[in-house]
Design a protein around this ligand. Structure first.
Ligand code: SF4
Length: 488
């Protein structure tokens, strides 16, 4: 496929980050077919976050410059510097620290020196942060001929900027060295390493589509809903290495073997064998009849509820409601609906949002509130609690919420690899108006819109896109509810 030794190869801080996330990703980044990559919002969100952290930090600084010329001139802040170091005849190390800050010391450029700045998503310094910082520190030490002892990590939480010192210690340096060696060994492989068993991290990876195809074709156990990385290892130790073997396994002996590692593993045996069989046949299995049709038939109308959130700010910025009032006409008919987006621009004015939600709930007092997953029910209930809703109101909210995700999981086994809203809705044939959009994309639009508000509203179309996306999620929930009821 490729011959590693014959070409000049660059081990960059970016590649190390990829490798730490997933060994396969580093290999694919280096040798994979780049046409197979898909655009992923995650990187854009990270860059957006980085830009915000740095612009707040740089607001107080003068003398910002670009690249090596800025270092020579002794600028206070340097951006866009790429540092390269030869490792052997055909190997280079490369780092691109996002920003450098001038500090005291003696470097090749004069009586000053530089240290790297980095940004964090959240407060915790991850291994990815530490090692990419270590790479910058190592190469900057060689370039400026003055040892880098530390750097600064900047994060933003709840609209406050936090600073954290990161030491370039001997142990990080050793860890970096060892990681580079292991990464180089992976790059010598003629095929990419296996698809990771922890598929959660695939959701933010540009190789997701490509790896999904591989996992499906190979009958990877991670395709089975209910099998995470730990259970995957346990099953493999028992000789169950793919979906076909799992589907043919005897349920009672699987239960016995898995129970040795904890009752939670034993209890799920039936479910994962059934799920494996469903994936092989491609046919949905109805486990039992639900009472959903009864609930819908009794209801004069329905509210379908979905939220959009900014997890870094712990802010649910949009509470969307779809109202279906003509429920008495049969469910199979196209029900007319109206969409009501309730926006919470400032977290500090949550009481205004609550008043609007309370009004919406009161106007449609007897209507059930359908939602998909526990995020929505928790968000609504906690909002009501924070706003000191009385006991009766809280009880009412609890009683009216109907989680469609629970109904799907409890009453059906579907030939899909997860029971998220998108997968289930696509399985039943729901067509999205906002195609290829996901939660992180909506978050990015929201942040762009919010940042543009003090200036001109150049991103106001983003708000319309978020509403469309949120409305689609409500309608997908409704389609699933209808599908469940008609199957009953
Ligand atoms: S999609 Fe998953 S398995 Fe594939 S490279 Fe990315 S993280 Fe690794």
């Amino acid at each position: 496929m490729r011959i590693y030794q014959s070409k000049i190869h660059v081990i960059s801080d970016k590649l190390i980050k990829s490798w730490l996330r997933c060994r396969r990703k580093a290999w694919l980044d280096s040798f994979g077919d780049q046409q197979e990559k898909i655009w992923n919002t995650h990187t854009t969100l990270q860059l957006d976050h980085q830009r915000k952290c740095f612009s707040d930090f740089m607001g107080k600084k003068n003398g910002v410059g670009i690249g090596i010329e800025a270092c020579k001139k002794g600028k206070d802040i340097v951006a866009g510097l790429t540092i390269k170091e030869k490792l052997s005849t055909n190997e280079f190390l490369k780092a691109r620290p996002p920003l450098l800050k001038k500090i005291n010391g003696q470097s090749i450029w004069g009586p000053f020196s530089y240290e790297p700045l980095l940004t964090l998503q959240g407060k915790r310094l991850t291994r990815e942060n530490k090692l990419s910082f270590a790479m910058s520190a190592k190469l900057l030490t060689s370039l400026q001929k003055n040892k880098v002892h530390k750097g600064i990590a900047i994060s933003q939480l709840n609209q406050t900027t936090h600073f954290q010192e990161v030491r370039f210690s001997k142990s990080i340096e050793t860890e970096l060295k060892e990681s580079i060696e292991k990464l180089k060994a992976d790059l010598l492989l003629s095929k990419p390493p296996k698809v990771t068993s922890n598929r959660k991290k695939c959701s933010i990876c540009c190789w997701k589509k490509f790896c999904d195809k591989t996992a499906y074709a190979e009958g990877h156990l991670s395709e089975v809903s209910g099998i995470g990385s730990k259970r995957n290892i346990l099953l493999k130790e028992m000789g169950i290495s793919n979906i076909s073997i799992l589907a043919g396994y005897e349920a009672s002996s699987l239960k016995l073997n898995l129970s040795k590692f904890g009752p939670q593993h034993g209890e799920i045996s039936d479910q994962i064998i059934r799920q494996a069989k469903t994936l092989l046949t491609g046919k949905a299995i109805k486990l039992q009849s639900s009472n959903l049709l009864k609930i819908l038939n009794k209801a004069p109308g329905l509210l379908i509820y979905d939220i959009e959130s900014d997890p870094d700010e712990k802010h649910d910025f949009l509470h969307g409601f779809v109202r279906i009032s003509n429920l008495k006409s049969k469910l199979t008919l196209k029900n007319k609906f109206t969409y009501k987006p309730l926006l919470s621009v400032n977290k500090s004015e949550e009481y205004l949002l609550w008043e609007r939600i309370r009004k919406t709930l009161k106007v449609h007092e007897d209507w059930p509130i359908l939602h998909y997953g526990e995020t929505e029910s928790l968000a609504l209930y906690r909002l009501a609690e924070r706003q000191r809703a009385n006991k009766h109101e809280l009880e009412e909210i609890k009683n009216r919420l109907v989680d469609i995700h629970l109904y799907v999981k409890e009453f059906w086994c579907l030939p899909i690899n997860n029971y998220g809203l998108k997968s289930v809705a696509e399985f039943i044939g729901f067509k999205w108006e906002s195609k290829g959009i996901d939660g992180p994309q909506a978050l990015l639009w929201w942040r762009q819109w919010k940042n543009s508000r003090p200036h001109k509203k150049i991103y106001s179309k983003n708000l319309r896109r978020i509403f469309q996306y949120n409305k689609d999620d409500c309608l997908a929930t409704w389609e699933i509810a209808k599908w469940l009821s008609t199957q009953d």
